[in-house]
Design a binder for this molecule. Structure first.
Ligand code: 5AD
Ligand code: SF4
Length: 446
């Protein structure tokens, strides 16, 4: 008897790193259930779209893509939607997309193989219960990235920022046990990876009942063989001195923090329910900078939040200038169904052209600040970790500890390798680098 060919599953991922990590977990559990990962949707037995709901635009892209995917479907292909949009829309998605037979929220991936089997028998299923115990502890993720590992340490969010859909789509905050995070870190090091990125919606509010984020950084950061530890994204209110001290004292913790500011206006921050003022944010940055020399800072900013005046926006621009961010992700406010921001008076909504204009001015301010700082780095030497082939040209993409992108000649670099480079050129945002002398990766253990 010839064995049945193994089934194949294709996952397309939208949104944040938490979604990438969830896709890795899903592929892991599917592999254990007998599926091979497919690189492309055509011919796959199962097509999953792991979605993001953070802004309207993200959802529109997924809706468009779901339509396109129809053309890759054979007679028995199962199409499923997972992630935040699945959680948000639930059965409504099954109604609007008839070719979709599975809608599974972020806490429902344990049952994935059985739900797929059910779909094969003709069921159309929504699985959107929250499960506050679920950390997929026994799953073995199938990682996309061979150089750095995404390690979820916390799921959900207990803040209630008034613009944000995440507390609705990912449920209440809960932390993994420290010992489990350490075990996963040891596993990725034994597989040859030397960088870990701890993930959580407000990652520094981590608490497993016995240990806080400072304990976590110290425990994970000293796993033998781990050379770089990052985390994303922290909340400015969860940086007590204990945590900052751990960041400063653990050598593997990289000198970069992505610290979402959202606005530089206290009035807007209050309406966003961010729970800090402009001064509170500036103070947090000052404490981080004082403790960690050479710290790079990146941020998220929303423009056009309801009620944002020109004076509020000027406060955002001046905060961006004062903080010296190395980069900023900039977003136009997007009203998300059911969030408190949608209940603010219509008279307060900022016209789209005004928001668009503010976005452009913000981009110009961020770019010119970053360009000046990056030009000043030319000639400096940095250790880089080579990640992958660059999108264009004969170069490899590498990163410094402070999260600068450096293109190095392909001849001298392999993924996973550390090199010492001199920064020889910059576009204003990314660098080119020339290897000064090659350094082999440190031995992994000991
Ligand atoms: N509109 C625009 N941007 C948003 N973000 C979150 N919700 C919204 C929204 N409704 C941004 C925030 C957050 C980042 C991940 O996405 O800046 O930090
Ligand atoms: Fe959303 Fe605020 Fe939670 Fe971040 S902290 S996920 S912006 S509610």
């Amino acid at each position: 008897m010839t064995p049945e060919p193994r089934r194949t599953a294709y996952i397309e991922t939208y949104g944040c790193q938490m979604n990438v990590s969830d896709s890795e977990l899903m592929l892991g559990t599917l592999a254990a259930a007998g599926y091979d990962a497919a690189e492309r949707p055509d011919g796959a037995d199962v097509i999953l779209v792991n979605t993001c709901a953070i802004r309207e635009h993200a959802e529109q892209r997924v809706i468009g893509r779901l339509g396109e995917l129809k053309r890759y479907m054979g007679r028995d292909t199962i199409v499923g939607v997972t992630g935040c949009m699945a959680q948000r829309l639930g059965p409504r998605l099954l109604e609007s997309a008839r070719h979709v037979s599975l809608v599974i929220g972020p806490d429902g991936y344990r049952a994935l193989p059985e739900l797929i089997d059910g779909a094969r028998r003709g069921q159309r299923v929504t699985a959107t219960e929250f499960d506050l115990e679920e950390h997929y502890e026994d799953f073995t993720p199938r990682r996309f990235d061979r150089v750095k590992a995404w390690i979820p340490v916390q799921r959900g969010c207990d803040y209630r920022c008034t613009y944000c859909i995440v507390p609705t789509t990912r449920g209440p905050e809960r932390s993994r046990r420290l010992a489990d995070v350490v075990r996963e870190t040891e596993a990725i090091v034994s597989e040859g990876m030397t960088e870990a990125v701890l993930l959580g919606q407000t990652v520094n509010s981590y608490h497993d009942g016995a240990h806080d984020f400072a304990d976590l950084l110290r425990a994970v950061g000293t796993v033998p063989g781990l050379r770089r530890l990052r985390f994303t994204s922290p909340h400015p209110n969860d940086f007590p001195d204990r945590v900052i001290r751990a960041m400063a004292e653990v050598p593997s913790v990289c000198e970069h923090v992505h610290l979402p500011m959202q606005s530089g206006s206290t009035a807007v921050l209050r309406r966003m329910l961010r729970r800090y003022t402009r001064e509170g944010f500036l103070d947090c940055v000052a404490r981080l900078r004082a403790a960690i020399p050479g710290l790079a800072l990146t941020t998220d900013v929303i423009v056009g939040f309801p009620g944002e005046t020109e004076a509020d926006f000027a406060d955002t621009l001046s905060a961006v200038e004062a903080e010296g961010f190395d980069d900023a992700f900039r977003f136009k406010f997007s009203a998300r169904e059911g969030t408190p921001a949608t209940r603010m008076p219509a008279s307060e909504s900022v016209p789209d052209e005004v928001a668009g204009d503010r976005l452009e001015r913000l981009i110009a301010t961020v770019r010119s600040g970053a360009r000046g700082r990056n030009m000043a780095l030319l000639g400096a030497r940095r250790e880089v970790l080579v990640e992958r082939e660059a999108r264009r040209g004969e170069a490899m993409m590498a990163r410094t500890r402070d999260f600068k992108t450096v293109l190095v000649p392909a001849k001298t670099a392999r993924p996973g390798e550390y090199l010492l480079v001199e920064l020889t050129g910059t576009t204003g945002s990314t660098f080119t680098g020339a290897p000064v002398r090659e350094r082999a990766a440190l031995p992994l253990a000991g």
